[in-house]
Design a protein around this ligand. Structure first.
Ligand code: CU
Length: 130
């Protein structure tokens, strides 16, 4: 009889401990859940992104503010491209040839920057910095 009561009380303790654990896990889970959701979510495209795809820049004209960074995102099925500034802009926009990846330039002076892909002369674009 007593042994049975002891066993029952032990069971209650275990049940209580498990309930506490579940509650703690639930609290911790909801806390870290908001943290974990951002890296697991697909990374948003960078601001001022220009896609280098399908043999063109899109958008081909982009307007940003002084201090902003423009990121060209190369992904054209393995086709190599680059971004090269025209004339004076050549000192500022000068990516290597890239098949897949990003190239970024931070613009510190206002102006209109024309650029091309030197491998494909028909690929042209403009960055206007205000
Ligand atoms: Cu190209």
């Amino acid at each position: 009889m007593t042994a049975h009561r002891r066993f029952a009380s032990k069971l209650r303790h275990i049940a209580l401990a498990m309930l506490l654990l579940v509650l703690l896990a639930a609290c911790g889970g909801s806390d870290s859940g908001s943290d974990a959701s951002s890296p697991s979510a697909e990374t948003p495209p960078p601001a001022n992104a220009v896609d280098v795809k399908d043999m063109r820049f899109s958008p081909s004209a982009i307007t940003v503010k002084v201090g902003d960074t423009v990121t060209w995102r190369f992904d054209d099925n393995g086709r190599p491209h680059n971004v090269t500034g025209d004339q004076d802009a050549a000192a500022i926009i000068k990516s290597p040839i890239i098949k897949k990846g990003d190239y970024s330039v931070t613009f510190t002076k206002p102006g209109v920057y024309h650029y091309t892909c030197t491998l494909h002369a028909q690929m042209t674009g403009t960055v206007t910095v205000e």
